[in-house]
Design a protein around this ligand. Structure first.
Ligand code: NAD
Ligand code: ZN
Length: 358
């Protein structure tokens, strides 16, 4: 690339200290591609790194490029890259594992201890103009998916992975706790996989309205005056039976408790939300019901499924996209994410200077 070419990059220096600065553009190695970044979504974790400087054991100790929900256009391919060529539009799976360890070998590469994941310290993300990524974690977008949908494949993959973990199938009865972006993509994936009745909860009406718009059959507003017993009863009454798969998409202890208590015998409770490290949970009642409790950490081999679900029209992610900013407006975009002003679901940042609002 020409020296001095614009590579404006959003870098998190510390708590509430995000800066836009120029960074050099590197050449791809044999297995990498150079990508013109197009669309990068803001995730709750990006905001958390900005406001707290850490998530659990991951601490921002040196300036880190933010962003990991992304799509772009291939500019240049390393010499061993066969499946992509310049001009291809790709969804970028943000984590590159070692491909050598046992977890990688058994296909659970999301658990790879050597995982290099965009914008998880110490690894840089991709909210910039030009970015290098391993080609095998770039997925060519079908003609009928745009780059905005391409960026949404990241959160959608979390929902797809969660639903695969629960084995959601035709006729299933599903409870989802939390109607934030992750609860909503879980809803979309569960519906597409055949769930016939879905009940979702949240503490905010506005979140539940969006969930209903996206196809939730029932919505419960969690209010302080409702007891746990009352909520469990409401779930079962609305669904007409106990859910056989429940997803906690909040990380809140009371939600995990409701999931464990509501779920039918032999059902599954999938834990997606990241909350307190220790929780007080009604485990005995769950084990007596032989409820399976399953954890979810990101996704593995789920991007192709997510893309295919959108290509085939089984999922429409467009209603999730509520806000647009340019790369130059990154600080405003994060302000909107922080304050939740205008009720954002997915805030997208456009990194290509030629982008024009449609
Ligand atoms: P979010 O904060 O935007 O959404 C959480 C939603 O839960 C909000 O709408 C909130 O109003 C609602 N909520 C809060 N308390 C509630 C309660 N008591 N009952 C019902 N609803 C309640 O977050 P998100 O981006 O949607 O992510 C959800 C969770 O998933 C987070 O904890 C996030 O860290 C986690 N996450 C996990 C993975 C993974 O790989 N396991 C990946 C992405 C996100
Ligand atoms: Zn590995």
């Amino acid at each position: 690339m020409a020296a001095g070419q614009d590579n404006l990059t959003a870098v998190l220096y510390g708590i509430n200290d995000m800066r836009l600065e120029q960074r050099p553009i590197s050449e791809p190695n044999d297995i990498q591609v150079l990508i013109q970044m197009e669309v990068v979504g803001i995730c709750g974790s990006d905001v958390h790194y900005m406001t707290h400087g850490k998530i659990g054991p991951f601490v921002v100790e040196q300036p880190m490029v933010i962003g990991h929900e992304a799509a772009g256009t291939i500019v240049k391919c390393g010499k061993n890259v066969k499946h992509l060529q310049p001009g291809d539009r790709v969804a970028i799976e943000p984590g590159c594992p070692c491909r050598m360890c046992n977890f990688c070998k058994i296909g659970k590469y999301n658990l790879c201890p050597g995982m290099m994941f965009c914008a998880t310290p110490p690894y840089d993300g991709n909210l910039c103009r030009f970015y290098l990524h391993d080609a095998d974690f770039c997925f060519k977008l079908p003609d009928n998916l745009n780059l905005e949908e391409g960026a949404i494949m990241e959160p959608l993959s979390v929902g797809v992975h969660a639903c695969k973990k629960a084995g959601v199938k035709i006729g299933d009865v599903v409870l989802i706790l939390g109607a934030g972006p992750i609860g909503l993509v879980t809803l979309l994936a569960a519906k597409a996989m055949g769930a016939s009745k879905i009940c979702i909860t949240d503490i905010l009406d506005i979140k539940l309205e969006m969930a209903k718009k996206l196809g939730a059959d029932h919505a419960i507003k969690i209010e302080k005056h409702l007891s746990e017993d009352e909520i469990v009863k409401k779930v079962v009454t609305l669904l007409g039976e106990e859910p056989n798969a429940s997803f906690d998409c909040t990380g809140v202890e009371s939600c995990v408790r409701i999931a464990l208590r509501s779920t039918a015998k032999a059902g599954k409770v999938v834990l997606v939300g990241l909350g307190k490290f220790e929780m007080n949970l009604p485990l005995t009642s769950a084990l007596i019901k032989e409820v399976d409790i399953r954890g979810v950490f990101r996704y593995n081999n789920d991007y192709p499924t997510a893309i295919e679900m959108v290509r085939s029209g089984r999922i429409n992610v467009k209603p999730l996209i509520t806000h647009h900013y340019r790369l130059e407006e990154t600080l405003q975009a994060f302000e909107t994410a922080k304050t939740q002003k205008g009720n954002p679901v997915k805030i997208l940042i456009h990194a290509n200077p030629n982008w024009r609002p449609s």
